[in-house]
Structure formats: C-alpha cells, structure tokens
Design a binder for this molecule. Structure first.
Ligand code: SAJ
Length: 419
C-alpha cells in the first residue's frame, strides 16, 4: 500500500519513518518548505534519540520522501493525519490545521482509501470529519472510504521504542475501518492492538492525559499543604506511596508540554455540562509558577533585598527534564510572572538555544537562582563552588532537584515546607 503522512512534526515524522522502515512507500506532506528540504536531505528537524540514523536509512532507501506539493499525495491507499490541534487564547480547540489537512486529503483521495487521524482531538471529531469529507467528495463514509482515529501515545524522548511496544487503540467509524487499520499498524506495532469506535478512542486518549494532569494537581495541592504544616511533601509522598494502592505523582513548578495542559480542555469542550474537577486541576497546575514566585520573594525578604534590585537566574527553560521542548513551559510562565518585578532575569538551559551560554555566566553576580526544569545535569551541581560566583545566595528548587540545602544558601523549594 502507498501511504501519505500529513504533517511531519513530533509525531508525523517518526510515524512516517516507522511505516517506511516496515517497507511501505511513504510520502510525507508538510507545508513548511524548509522542513521538507531538511528531511529529504536526511536531517530531522526535531530532537529525538536515534531519529537521524533512522531517517537517513529510509531516505537513502527511497522509502520516504517529503513534499509540499499536494499533487504528490494523489490517490494514495492510506492517509495518516498528524497535525497539531492547539488551544486558542480562550482555551477552545483550534481545529483549523486538522480541517485544512482533511480538505487536502479529500481533494487527493480515491474511493476505497483509509484515512487515519493520529492527532489528539475533541470527542466526536472523527465522525464530523467523515461527514466533512462526504460533503466535499460525495463519497459515503464506511462504504466508499474508511476512517479511523488512532491516537498516538508516545512519550517524547522514547518515541521509537514506544511506537513499537505501546499498545494501540484504533477507533473506527465502522468496524471494518478499524480492521483495515489494524492490518496496517501490525506492520510495526508489537504491543496489543485494540479496536473500538472512534468516539471511544478519542475519549480514551484524552482520559489518559487528564488522569495524569488531575493526579499531578492533587500532588501539587499536597505541596501547598506541606508549606502550611512545615513538612517536606516529598518525604510524605514517599511514605504514602509505600501503601500498596497509593501512587501519588510528583509535585513541582507546573505542568507543561503540548499535551497535558491542553487535553483536559479538549475532553470537556464538546460536552453540555461543566466538569469542575478537571477544570480545577488545570487551574491548580497553572498556578504553580506563582507558588514558586512567592517562595522566591519570601527568600529575598529574608536577606532584605527588594525584588526590584534582584538579579535572578532561572535554570531550565524546557517543559520537562532532558528535553529541549519549551512549548507551554512552566519555566517560561515563571519568567513571565517575575520579569516585571525584578531587576534582571537570566535563563540558562543546556538544551535550549538563546539562553545563556554557560551556567557560570548566568550565575555570576546573581542574587537568586531558581531551578525550573529537572534536567539530570542539574542534580549534581556543586552549589558551594557555584555560590562563590553569586552576589547573594538564594536557591529556589521548583523541581525537587536539590535534596539537601547547600551550606550558606537561603533555600526554599516547592513542597519543601520544612525550610
Ligand atoms: N509532571 C509533573 N509531575 C509528574 C509528572 C509530570 O509535574 O508527576 C510535569 C512535567 O514536568 C511536564 C508535564 O508534567 O511539565 C508533562 O510531562 P509528562 O512527562 O507527564 O508528559 P508528556 O507531555 O511529555 O507526554 C504525555 C504522556 N502521557 C501520559 O503519560 C499519560 C505521553 O504518553 C503522551 O503520548 C503525550 O502526553 C501526548 O502526546 O499526549
């Protein structure tokens, strides 16, 4: 079968590589011309372990080719849509990328095609998109073409392993749609494959990330409590988690990335009623950078330094440890929350371009340092030596990276009520 993958981003490019590697002829369609050129020269535009080797292999074998020309994806057997579905300012889903991808497919497809949506989408969207294709082409969903929602569930940083070994949910607009998709995905998926209805798979995907978001919100609320009772929340969580049926998540400066902050909104958006718990969890998690700000200002008061005179170095700008991805990063939200109140904010992230070139440079003459991302390299820093570069020594740990407060520092941490 001939496959077209629409959208060559964090999910589309690895997916295109996997199908090409499994022996299919894959055409990757992407509107960003510079990305197309890069990919065709064998260089990935995203950071992910092993991606460059795998990409080079399928480009050299001719199994994958990228294009921005819609004529190159005409009359394929399978279309796999992997475009983003972000939120608008008012937290409602922006489905324009999806709709324009579906339109592109409708113009290119022939009867009998299978159309797969891998993007995370609000419930009922697959059925609506099938109706949209019917309007545009006159083809009957389930009879003249097949359609499936096959949500991606991979963790950035482990994409190629998880694409193969995670179980996969295939939600068809008809049972036959899901069966055809199963034959396709079995070409590289070694995990279990489950078939269901598209509205179920849409809800499942969103429930997974909402589960994680709500659980982190609970952990974050426990962190607030720890400050009221003067205890270390991480000690308390470790002890609570020794119970066989308790597994509390990790509190911190916030919840970022392109999934967890968005998916709970997609889950409740098409529903008629309001869902308080899910919305409240989002508010709690979005409020965490402000707790870190309070801790910083409290520490500055301890050393009698007015915030407007303080030089603050923020360590980490990525949304999570060992990632270069700054989308919806709590670290950026924290920087925004303090930038107008302090003399200067410097950022240092070894994975993110445009931040200070070195840690030493970022810390020299600074009054306070705030750890906002749990990069592994931040766990083994020698604070006694680094402290000598600083004008004042305030250390705020937003990610439980520092176990014992270093000598000579005023130390505070999210959930560290004991200091
Ligand atoms: N975080 C916490 N505490 C925790 C876990 C995470 O504060 O206990 C924070 C992280 O620091 C980060 C944010 O949450 O800022 C999100 O990180 P993450 O590691 O939970 O997840 P993502 O966004 O990288 O990937 C998630 C995964 N979903 C689940 O684990 C249920 C992944 O499997 C999905 O494929 C991905 O979303 C997606 O694309 O939807």
């Amino acid at each position: 079968a001939e496959i077209a993958v629409i959208g060559l981003g964090y999910i589309g490019l690895p997916t295109a590589i996997m199908f090409a590697n499994a022996g299919f002829n894959v055409t990757g369609y992407e509107i960003r011309k510079d990305v197309v050129e890069r990919i065709n020269s064998g260089k990935a535009h995203i950071v992910e372990p092993d991606i460059d080797d795998l990409l080079r292999k399928v480009i050299e074998s001719g199994k994958l080719r990228a294009t921005s020309n819609p004529a190159d994806i005409r009359e394929k057997d399978v279309y796999i849509i992997c475009v983003q579905t972000p939120l608008r300012e008012d937290r409602t889903p922006n489905l324009t990328y999806l709709e324009s991808a579906v339109e592109t497919v409708a113009k290119a497809m022939k009867p009998g095609a299978l159309i797969v949506i891998e993007s995370t989408i609000p419930p009922l969207t697959t059925v609506r998109m099938a109706e949209f294709i019917e309007e545009l082409t006159g083809l009957k969903p389930g009879r003249d073409f097949y359609m499936v929602h096959a949500p991606e569930r991979v963790m950035p940083g482990r994409i190629f392993r998880e694409l193969v070994y995670n179980s996969r949910i295939l939600g068809g607009i008809t049972p036959e749609s899901a069966e055809i998709a199963e034959r396709l995905y079995r070409s590289f998926v070694k995990g279990q494959v489950f078939r269901t209805k598209s509205t179920v798979s849409e809800v499942v995907k969103l429930m997974e990330n909402t589960f994680r978001d709500v659980n982190i919100a609970l952990a974050n609320e426990f962190a607030y409590l720890a400050h009221q009772y003067g205890i270390n929340v991480f000690e308390a969580i470790e002890l609570a988690n020794s119970h066989p049926r308790v597994k509390i998540h990790v509190p911190g400066i916030g919840v970022g990335g392109h999934c967890l902050p968005k998916d709970p909104h997609l889950l409740v958006w098409p529903a008629r009623d309001d869902f308080g718990l899910i919305r409240l969890a989002r508010e709690i998690n979005d409020g965490m950078p402000l707790l870190a700000k309070d801790l910083l200002f409290e520490a500055l008061r301890t050393i009698n330094l007015p915030p407007e005179k303080a030089v603050v170095a923020v360590l980490g700008l990525a949304y999570k440890g060992d990632s270069d991805d700054t989308r919806n990063s709590p670290a950026s939200a924290f920087v925004e929350a303090i930038v107008d109140d302090v003399a200067e904010v410097r950022t240092y992230d070894p994975f993110v371009e445009g931040t200070h070139g070195s840690l030493e440079e970022a810390l020299r003459g600074a009054d306070a340092v705030v750890i906002a991302t749990d990069h592994t390299v931040f766990r083994s820093l020698d604070w006694e030596t680094l402290g000598k570069l600083m004008r004042n020594r305030v250390l705020i740990d937003g990610r439980h990276v520092v176990e014992m407060p270093p000598e000579g520092f005023v130390f505070k941490g999210v959930g560290r009520g004991e200091y």
